[in-house]
Design a protein around this ligand. Structure first.
Ligand code: AHR
Length: 510
């Protein structure tokens, strides 16, 4: 197949002879892990237009809102089912002082958001606005504490302010309009402490973690789950030192992995790319499998019982910002290629369900690989949003092992890349959900699913595909990428044959 690219028409998706893939579905396998719903977690940072414009427009805005939160966004996120939301950063977290974000808005100090474009932050979205949002969405809050520029006392008092029933902090909370404490489970002790969170060594951070964690108390039945600030992608030594020095004083250790070309120079356009770049991005994305495996191998040495979880609390694509936007605001469009990254990543995360207990895509709105983009009154649901919605059936479902050999090829930058990727799980009602990704732009693939015992019936399907993988959804236009019903399957005894069109993502419920 010839490579074809023009910025106008994008990468041609061709119809060539079908490739055949045989998959054994072991739906009778016992003792399989549950795919933690938190793997579908989100991340909201005070960065660019994520909080302001994205989530929060304020109660006096002309944009329809529920107590200041954009109504369209809240409804879209309710449909998505967001299990956990990480806030206020990111790098912002280590410069955030929570007392600036409570009480009458006119008294809240303004700060310079030095990490993200030097924007003035007026602190109008603070603790109350975040926890009330989580309640509105039915989402578990995940608080990132300031270790880099804060104090132990400051973080300890924040926990008390949020979760205690009595004492001065609780009285202050009540005076600010919230009598009952909120529920808080996840507490991140710093963020990227090797970089923007303080440029520390893992040894120094480990000692600091223990100080902070000791004084963040469980109040009135609220039990904290403490997360140590973990490694970035290939820094295995960071994980090793934390496992050795902190051990079970942490409930989880985090990891960050971005699908990014490199940290210096151009990261490439989010929308205008050729076929080489398409496959390079996908190949970099699937490398997360090896990265997670290597961190898990280290964790297994120190914690063979699997008491400490791994949390990939930042992941996703990172491209150049959209032309004409603030480089510090990380606003990028989102194409069918991003949908592929999302689906391939989620399939991989499911395979690590034993140890990987959370993943938070960066970020929920208007920043990096967003679910939603906003512009004035309008919102756009991105291709990534559609993947998360199609895949939410796997939340808290039991993993089903699949046996298949995916053909592999080498991407132009030399990374291996599978030609097909599948995942399956059983939900609490007994439905089996199978999700299949065909990243190949030049061929459809016929997948034969062979079940242990099941005779597949009552099958429904949905497909996400577009004319070209460069397609994206834009303001004021009909969506170019949206899910549609899918009927390209045939059941016969304990077999299901599915034809997956080129460059598409298919979800089936049996
Ligand atoms: O998600 C954007 C930034 O990426 C976060 O603030 C930081 O933690 C990471 O480097």
């Amino acid at each position: 197949m010839k490579k074809i690219f023009t910025a106008v028409t994008g990468i041609a998706i061709a119809i060539a002879a079908n490739a055949q893939v045989n998959v054994k579905v072991h739906e009778t396998a016992e003792d399989q892990p549950v795919i933690a719903k938190e793997i579908y977690g989100q991340f909201a940072e005070h960065l660019g237009r994520c909080i302001y414009d994205g989530i929060w427009v304020g109660p006096d805005s002309e944009i329809p809102n529920i107590d200041g939160y954009r109504k369209d966004l809240v409804e879209a996120l309710q449909t998505l089912k967001v299990p956990v939301l990480r806030w206020p950063g990111g790098c912002f977290a280590d410069e955030y002082h929570w007392r600036d974000g409570i009480g009458p808005k006119e008294n809240r100090p303004k700060m310079i958001n030095s990490n993200w474009g030097g924007t003035v932050e007026d602190n109008s979205f603070g603790t109350h606005e975040f926890f009330n949002l989580c309640e509105l969405l039915g989402t578990e809050p995940y608080l990132s504490g300031n270790v880099g520029s804060g104090t132990v006392e400051e973080l300890a008092k924040w926990i008390e302010y949020i979760t205690a029933k009595g004492g001065t902090m609780a009285e202050m909370r009540a005076a600010n309009g919230r009598k009952e404490p909120w529920h808080l489970k996840y507490l991140g002790v710093g963020n990227e402490s090797w970089g923007c969170g303080g440029n520390m060594t893992p040894e120094f951070y480990s000692d600091l973690y223990k100080r902070y964690a000791t004084y963040c108390r469980d109040f009135d039945g609220n039990i904290l789950y403490k997360v140590a600030s973990g490694a970035t992608d290939y820094d295995y030594n960071w994980t090793k030192v934390l496992m050795d020095r902190i051990g079970t004083l942490m409930h989880g250790v985090s990891l960050h992995y971005y699908t990014v070309k490199g940290w210096t120079g151009s990261k490439g356009s989010a929308t205008e790319f050729d076929i080489d770049s398409y496959y390079d991005v996908l190949a970099k994305c699937v490398e997360v499998d090896e990265v997670i495996t290597k961190h898990e191998t280290i964790m297994d040495v120190y914690d063979p019982e699997g008491e400490i979880d791994l949390l990939l609390d930042e992941w996703g694509t990172w491209f150049d910002v959209e032309p004409g936007t603030n480089p510090g605001h990380l606003y990028q469009q989102n194409t069918m290629r991003d949908a592929m990254v999302a689906a391939l990543s989620l399939n991989i995360f499911h395979n690590h369900a034993e140890r990987l207990k959370m993943a938070n895509i960066a970020q929920i709105v208007n920043v990096l690989q967003a679910m939603i983009l906003t512009q004035g009154n309008e919102i756009v649901l991105t291709p990534t949003y559609h993947v998360f919605r199609m895949y939410n059936v796997h939340q808290d479902a039991t993993y089903i092992p699949l046996e298949y050999k995916a053909a592999e090829f080498t991407s132009p930058s030399g990374r291996p890349m599978p030609e097909i990727s599948l995942t399956a799980s059983r939900d609490s009602e007994g439905n089996i959900n199978v999700s299949i990704v065909n990243p190949m732009v030049d061929k459809a693939q016929t997948v034969t699913l062979d079940f242990d015992e099941l005779k597949p019936e009552n099958i429904t399907g949905e497909i996400l595909k577009s004319k070209t993988v460069n397609d994206y959804n834009d303001f004021g236009k009909a969506p170019a990428v949206a899910p549609a019903p899918f009927t390209g399957f045939k059941a016969k005894k304990d077999q299901l044959t599915v034809t997956i069109p080129a460059a598409s993502i298919v979800s089936l419920t049996l």
